[in-house]
Design a protein around this ligand. Structure first.
Ligand code: SF4
Length: 493
């Protein structure tokens, strides 16, 4: 058996209700190294072409890394791999915590989930033994309730539970898989895949530890890491969590703000990692054997609603999406949004970005509900530097509702009326002022991380030549922009 592994993977056929153990040779592990390698190998082998991501043909692989379970900082990771309901391509998402180390100790290197159960079930694995159990009583329950119920009915408080929340059950395409109620396999909709299979949870308990080649060297390496951590470059991440980078992002103009209409948020100081450490932080949490302790545990209330320590605390990404991306500088509000996502199994990045996009559409009158009054003036909303697109003869191209108007418009009217904000980062140039333009894919509606400075206004935006040309559309759009110093600065708005 190769060092670091159990040499076995568990195949779970939910349609047939069968469990099978496959034993693997060392050559396989050396070819498909790590949790991501294992997950990708099985996804490519088992998912048929054209499989519906939310259908029984899709295969969900939860796989563990070679060092998972060893006493080294930062190694307790699991990867969830399947065909993504968001992109239609292979998606994978990783998370840490204690579930990965416990799952390795339970005797398997990967859990391969196929088919679809007739009724909701959960998988229970303990020291090499596995069984499917009824989960009807867990269906629709939030993550904290599910974890507590499983631990109670199996009578072991140390069981680790990986689960899809109600969002996954309902097929929300950015639903995540979550363990410990706060460690999320966030990206690419893996929770929706899990929910589509009627698999509510995978509960694990294990006492095996992987064999390593040189235990003494590993122990001394781990000790060296612990001793030298305070002098390392990532010490700040331990003190203030991943939110430690938020202030730097803001300084460099890379903090997503108001649906990426800016990279600078005037209220950033209220949502930094330091602000959290000095206010609502209850304690620092960690993953198996990790000395960094970057995980946040917060306790507060927002508008009379409790924010519980069980659901952790916001990471940088959550602070950026529910905070600056939405123009929110209320830390308790962001912590509450984080809790709701962790309770229901929603990816905080996609969820926050979706809310920001909806806010932007709403404010720009492109998705205004019928019968509602029009947008109030910028000054009435307290946004002194917010400016409205003055020639939005077509709706914003990222708004699906506007696609017909967009397609029938002429190139000269195809503005990309992304909101613009006067820069605090760049100088003015005569009567022109620098604005930051953010782009979103016209086809899929998702925002491109690419943004650029332009003088006064953006140029026209071409229609993508095919239905999936996200990157092509973004690239060509960006290349047509006038940038500061460019001789092609548009002179009329
Ligand atoms: S505590 Fe932070 S640094 Fe350590 S393994 Fe967990 S996520 Fe990684």
């Amino acid at each position: 058996m190769p060092y670091g592994y159990n040499g076995k993977v568990l195949h779970v056929d939910l349609t047939a209700g069968k469990l099978e153990v496959e034993e693997l040779e060392e050559a396989f592990y050396r070819t498909y190294l790590g949790g991501s390698g294992l997950g990708m190998a099985y996804a490519l082998k088992l998912i048929p072409p054209g499989a519906d991501p939310l259908g029984p043909d899709n295969v969900l692989v939860i796989s563990l890394g070679v060092t998972t379970g060893a006493p080294i900082s930062g190694q307790s990771r699991a990867t969830a791999t399947a065909k993504s309901p968001l992109s239609g391509a292979i998606g994978d998402a990783q998370a840490g915590g204690f579930w990965p180390a416990e799952a390795k100790g339970a005797g398997f290197d990967a859990y391969i989930i196929k088919g679809k159960a007739k009724e909701p079930v959960y998988l229970w694995v303990q020291d090499g033994e596995a069984e499917l159990r009824d989960a009807a009583h867990l269906w629709g329950k939030v993550t904290g309730e599910v974890q507590a119920t499983i631990r109670e009915e199996l009578d072991d408080a140390k069981i680790e539970v990986l689960q899809c929340g109600p969002a996954g059950e309902m097929g929300v395409r950015f639903a995540c898989i979550i363990s410990m109620c706060n460690r999320a396999h966030g990206r690419s909709g893996m929770g929706a895949v899990m929910g589509s299979k009627n698999l509510k949870a995978i509960a694990v308990r294990g006492h095996q530890r992987p064999e390593v080649a040189d235990g003494k060297a590993l122990t001394s390496l781990a000790r060296w890491g612990a001793q030298n951590f305070p002098e390392s470059d990532i010490y700040g991440m331990g003190v203030d969590g991943t939110a430690d980078v938020l202030a730097y992002q803001n300084e460099s103009g890379g903090l997503p703000t108001r649906n990426w209409s800016s990279g600078v948020f005037e209220g950033y100081e209220a949502i930094t990692g330091a602000a959290m450490s000095n206010s609502i932080l209850k304690e620092r949490d960690t993953c198996y054997a990790c000395v960094v302790r970057c995980k946040r545990v917060v306790e507060t209330e927002w508008q009379g609603k409790e924010v519980l320590p069980q659901y952790g605390g916001p990471e940088y990404e959550t602070l950026a999406t529910f905070g600056s991306y939405c123009g929110v500088d209320d830390l308790a509000a962001v912590a509450y949004a984080n809790q709701v996502c962790n309770m229901y199994g929603l990816d905080t990045i996609s969820c926050g970005a979706t809310v920001a996009f909806a806010m932007d559409c709403f404010e720009q009158w492109t998705c205004w509900p019928k019968g509602r009054p029009g947008p109030v003036s910028a000054s009435a909303r307290g946004r002194k530097t917010w400016s409205w697109p003055s020639r939005a003869t077509t709706c914003r191209p990222t708004c699906r509702k506007s696609s017909a108007a967009w397609a029938s418009s002429t190139p000269s009217t195809r503005l990309a009326p992304t909101t613009s904000r006067q820069s605090t980062m760049a100088p003015t140039k005569g009567t022109l002022r620098p604005i930051r333009i953010a782009w979103a894919c016209w086809t899929c509606g998702r925002h491109s991380p690419r943004a650029a400075w332009a003088w006064k206004r953006s140029a026209t935006r071409p229609i993508p030549s095919n239905g999936t040309a996200c990157s092509t559309a973004s690239t060509s759009a960006n290349s047509s922009m006038a940038r500061p110093g460019s001789s092609t600065i548009p002179t009329s708005w």
